[in-house]
Design a binder for this molecule. Structure first.
Ligand SMILES: Cc1ncc(COP(=O)(O)O)c(C=O)c1O
Length: 381
């Protein structure tokens, strides 16, 4: 046990995440009216910094929304005039389909094996055969499986066939490399409460500025009208009352991300996941990894040992200040998942592992720990 650990709740669920003391302290920034200059300046700074983080300077603009991540996706989709191709490999791309359908936008749903690399030939064939398709929508990091979509390659296909891309980068921003220009991203969605290490409730759309400007009068949504938000935010204003304190927090979180460096954050997350996977494997859990080009840096799926009562393990960890989350679709496959994102350290991962080890004993799990010597021998064979 190390200092302060008993005071903290550690989140090993895939968002919301632990935030730094600095980000949390922003909630006490004082009472501020969003119609004042200092707030306008902050909105401008937040949007500028987000575009900087993603290498979109000169081509892209960020639009801040008071909404969860789904609100950012809905803001983009409700402005689509055309036909949407959704690359469907999991729950969150199901949800993209749901939003497209709700707005009565023509939809082509292309389904893929959720755990395998997307078949790019099939994507190409589909867009080559259907000239009416205007937008390709997909989720960069599917948070239920930890499967990555080939961001660069899809962007490249979109460029070749002159299509627009709409990418849900809600759980990948900060956890995996993203480059708005190189990856040819027309629109993407970002949420405060994931690898940005801020609070949920503020989200963003980042889009090519010229494409956002084409959206004037196009949105079918009043509240989530992307162009209307963008137009006001050019001056730091917001069309409606924003979550003022959460914007302070997002501002600090973005400055922290810039200070840390984007690729350094990705490396930190890789190291956290590696430590977690190594520790789980040594303890005797079976970690379920996907192929290297598809595997997430932040999510680890684990097979439940025979007889494991997930909720007993969950509740025992919770009593020790540790939260894990697995959706019903994950549990139905006798798996659970552990996320390593947010303002956490390798020591936090070790703390998790030592608690899980005790909980496994309490829960009577039959594990087959890998001794270090045995593992080394196996590696040598
Ligand atoms: C990839 C992805 N898309 C969309 C969402 C939905 O975001 P929210 O619950 O913030 O609306 C999530 C949330 O976990 C997500 O992981």
């Amino acid at each position: 046990m190390y200092k302060d650990q008993l005071m903290r709740t550690l989140l090993f669920n895939p968002g919301p995440t632990n935030v730094s003391d600095l980000v949390r302290s922003q909630l006490q920034s004082g009472d501020v009216c969003h119609r004042e200059t200092e707030f306008f300046e902050m909105v401008l700074r937040v949007n500028t910094n987000l575009v900087r983080v993603l290498n979109g300077e000169g081509t892209h603009s960020a639009v801040l929304l008071t909404a969860s991540g789904t609100g950012a996706n809905e803001s983009i989709i409700s402005s689509i005039r055309g036909k949407a191709l959704v690359l469907n490999n999991g729950k969150y791309s199901d949800r993209l389909c749901g939003i497209v359908e709700r707005y009565g936008i023509p939809l082509v749903r292309l389904s893929f094996d959720p755990l395998a690399r997307m078949d790019l030939e099939l994507v190409e064939k589909t867009i080559a055969l259907d000239e009416e398709i205007t937008h390709i929508l997909f989720v960069h990091h599917e948070t239920t499986t930890g499967a990555l979509a080939p961001l660069y390659e899809i962007g490249d296909l979109a460029k070749q066939y002159n299509k627009l891309t709409v990418v849900d980068t809600i759980s990948s921003l900060g956890g995996h490399p993203i480059d708005l220009k190189k990856d040819n991203i027309t629109f993407c969605s970002v949420s405060g409460g994931k690898c940005l290490e801020s609070f949920p409730g503020v989200s963003f759309v980042v889009g090519k500025t010229d494409e956002i400007m084409r959206l004037k009068g196009k949105s079918r949504s009043f509240y989530l009208d992307l162009y209307a938000h963008w137009e006001k935010e050019q001056r730091g204003e917001t069309p409606f009352t924003p979550a003022v304190q959460l914007v302070f927090a997002a501002d600090a979180a973005l400055r922290q991300l810039l200070n840390e460096g984007y690729s350094e954050r990705v490396e930190r997350y890789k190291a956290l996941a590696a430590r977690m996977r190594d520790g789980l494997t040594r303890m005797g859990f079976r970690v379920l990894l996907l192929s290297e080009d598809v595997q997430s840096n932040i999510l680890t799926s684990v097979a439940m040992p025979n007889g494991m009562d997930y909720w007993l393990v969950h509740d025992e960890l919770k009593a020790r200040g540790i939260t894990i989350y697995s959706g019903p679709e994950v549990l139905a496959q006798r798996q659970f998942r552990i996320a390593t994102l947010g303002s956490i350290t390798l020591e936090d991962v070790d703390w998790f592992l030592s608690n899980l080890s005790e909980v496994a004993r309490v829960a009577g799990l039959v594990l087959h720990p890998i001794a270090v010597e045995q593992e080394t021998k196996q590696q040598r064979l």
